[in-house]
Design a protein around this ligand. Structure first.
Ligand code: GDP
Length: 335
């Protein structure tokens, strides 16, 4: 039997000493990050102030509600989501006869978990025994390429799937080169054409290569900036159609990568993508770099799309599947 690079095998640790922009200062073999550690800035920042408010408040008076609203908005939860959260909490408190801040905090935590769960299943919906296709979209700079590498690594480690990467951002030569570097580091084959080539053709070749070589998964990178938003959405739509024509039921996931640091701006970006190309899940990156973190709640509430993964650092293993219970627990955890 000939050697097949895509047969399931144990994940290889990324090679040591590779210098690329995303790995210069961080160990590529760091273990999976837990939420508690990754959310330390958020916990010490604005959510710390929310915890403190519950801790210090004797009564749930007008001043308490006003301050809670202000802190939620400042945490990037967004005005609309904040209004809905506080209204629901006030109703729960009234209905259950809660007068102390402690039980009110527990009610808020339960409400947050409920809201995050109701936006959809956080697990990836991939065909168990067939080729999975994941389309990854998002504007430049949000961490899209890094996320593709992290996702390939995560899939390899946790599901045994060997991924092939498709360099569908043909708009920037740098994006193709960057994906090739990540391909080497993650032991994934990369299908790429020249800069300026038709991304549909890249995807076509990548899917054909995956089938002929017996790959388990194709992760498709896409452009993050064309001259206008209309051009970008038209191109993404075309890539999507190429995939569905070639593989029935694909793409199985269309993941939108958003940068948590950009807060409400991320929500605006997300609306453009969700309205036009049918996003199935969000990967929220750089959660380790913001003291806010409330954008997770705004994403689920305002977009109605589940957060599926969170980026918790620059290294290859800094990607955690999103778990509403653990996430809310970590936000409210007292150090
Ligand atoms: P792209 O233009 O969207 O493909 O973005 P890149 O993947 O090139 O990432 C842009 C920058 O964000 C790089 O410096 C990455 O190392 C960094 N980055 C990506 N994800 C994370 C994350 O979860 N946490 C942190 N702190 N940095 C990240």
């Amino acid at each position: 039997m000939s050697w097949n690079p895509f047969r399931r095998r144990a994940a290889q640790p990324p090679s040591e000493g590779t210098q690329d922009p995303a790995s210069a200062d961080v160990p590529a073999t760091a273990p999976d990050t837990d939420y508690g550690e990754a959310l330390a800035p958020t916990r010490g920042g604005l959510f710390g102030a929310i915890r403190q408010l519950f801790h210090d408040s004797r009564r749930l008076d007008a001043e308490f509600w006003e301050e809670l609203e202000e802190l939620l908005i400042a945490s990037d939860v967004g005005a609309m989501t904040t209004a809905r959260l506080t209204e629901t909490l006030q109703r729960t408190v009234r209905d259950q006869g809660i007068t102390d801040a402690g039980p009110a905090e527990d009610a808020l935590k339960a409400q947050l978990v409920q809201q995050l769960v109701s936006s959809g299943d956080a697990a990836l919906a991939l065909p168990p025994d067939d080729l999975a296709v994941i389309l990854v979209v998002g504007v430049n700079g949000v961490g899209k390429t890094t996320t593709i590498a992290k996702l390939a690594t995560w899939l390899q480690h946790h599901t045994g799937r060997q991924c092939l990467l498709a360099a569908g951002d043909t708009f920037r030569a740098g994006a193709i080169d960057q994906l090739k570097i990540w391909g080497e580091r993650t032991d994934c084959q990369v299908i790429a054409h020249q800069a300026g080539a038709d991304p549909g053709a890249v995807v076509f070749d990548a899917l054909a290569a995956a089938r002929s070589r017996g790959a388990d998964c194709v992760i498709v990178d896409t452009a993050g900036r064309l001259h206008t938003k209309v051009n970008l959405m038209a191109e993404l739509g075309k890539v999507r159609r190429t995939i569905s024509r070639q593989e029935t039921g694909a793409p199985h996931e269309t993941l939108l990568v958003l940068d948590a640091v950009t807060g409400q701006n991320a929500i605006l970006q997300a609306k453009a993508f969700t309205e036009t190309i049918g996003v199935t899940g969000v990967v929220l990156t750089k959660l380790d770099s913001t003291a806010k973190g409330g954008v997770v709640l705004a994403v689920s509430e305002e977009l109605g799309v589940p957060v599926k993964f969170v980026g918790t650092g620059e290294h290859l293993h800094a990607l955690a599947p999103f778990d509403p219970d653990r996430f809310v627990g970590a936000l409210f955890q007292r150090d």
